[in-house]
Design a protein around this ligand. Structure first.
Ligand SMILES: *[C@@H]1O[C@H](CO)[C@@H](O)[C@H](O)[C@H]1NC(C)=O
Ligand SMILES: *[C@@H]1O[C@H](CO)[C@@H](O)[C@H](O)[C@H]1NC(C)=O
Ligand SMILES: *[C@@H]1O[C@H](CO)[C@@H](O)[C@H](O)[C@H]1NC(C)=O
Ligand SMILES: *[C@@H]1O[C@H](CO)[C@@H](O)[C@H](O)[C@H]1NC(C)=O
Ligand SMILES: *[C@@H]1O[C@H](CO)[C@@H](O)[C@H](O)[C@H]1NC(C)=O
Ligand SMILES: *[C@@H]1O[C@H](CO)[C@@H](O)[C@H](O)[C@H]1NC(C)=O
Length: 165
């Protein structure tokens, strides 16, 4: 009986942890260990981003040494031709919280010299984080279950505990 209750409590702790994990925003280091630099090839950052799913509220951290900027715009026009019009004054690391309602598409590039033309650029879209939809990428497939299912399990466990008490 006591061990049964212990098991129930254990389940509840696990379920709570999963629920928390399902809504936690992710922080991505742009470019991983390279950081935000002129890349070794022009598809480096596109390849980096292609592998990831970005959700509303996730953060991107741009970390660099030397002279770089981060310009982020909503349309492809100036991104495609690496337009250098604005002067941007930001320091590293620059951490941006993605906001889908403000900007569903982000086009990022460095405005310094020819860095953008050499591939220091990438674009992403930001998905809505639904309460009933898959959580951000995670090693555990359990996290892709709907939250409703967790809530159902949770209330079952609470009921069981109450019955035991
Ligand atoms: C670009 O560089 C990265 C890192 O060196 C490498 O993993 C990737 O395969 C390269 N891509 C191309 C298209 O050469
Ligand atoms: C995708 O990203 C993960 C984690 O950063 C990495 O382990 C994996 O090798 C990447 N896969 C591809 C196809 O680039
Ligand atoms: C997006 O920005 C709006 C205000 O413009 C704010 O109310 C909302 O909380 C932000 N969303 C996220 C995920 O930061
Ligand atoms: C930025 O990158 C450098 C070199 O990889 C690293 O030592 C440093 O801790 C990073 N800074 C942040 C804030 O991530
Ligand atoms: C890039 O394209 C934008 C939008 O079409 C245009 O206003 C701008 O003059 C172009 N810049 C360059 C350097 O070609
Ligand atoms: C999010 O939920 C809405 C309904 O609330 C649905 O129409 C939409 O397709 C969902 N988004 C995703 C990415 O599944």
């Amino acid at each position: 009986m006591a061990s049964g209750m212990g098991l129930c409590c254990c389940f509840i702790v696990v379920v709570m942890a999963l629920l928390k994990g399902a809504t936690a925003a992710q922080t991505y280091e742009v470019g991983d260990s390279l950081g935000w630099e002129v890349p070794p090839n022009s598809s480096y950052y596109t390849e980096w981003a292609s592998n990831k799913t970005f959700y509303d509220g996730d953060k991107l951290s741009f970390n660099w040494t030397g002279s770089h900027t981060v310009r982020y715009i909503t349309t492809a026009a100036e991104y495609d031709n690496c337009s250098k019009n604005p002067s941007i004054d930001i320091g590293s690391p620059f951490v941006l919280t993605l906001n889908r309602s403000e900007q569903p598409l982000y086009f990022f590039y460095c405005t310094v010299n020819d860095h953008c033309k050499r591939g220091q650029k990438f674009s992403i879209n930001v998905l809505k984080l639904n309460s009933t939809v898959a959580a951000p990428p995670s090693p555990s497939s359990a996290l892709s279950l709907p939250i409703d299912a967790f809530v159902a399990v949770l209330s079952t466990m609470v009921t069981l505990v109450l019955i035991y008490i």
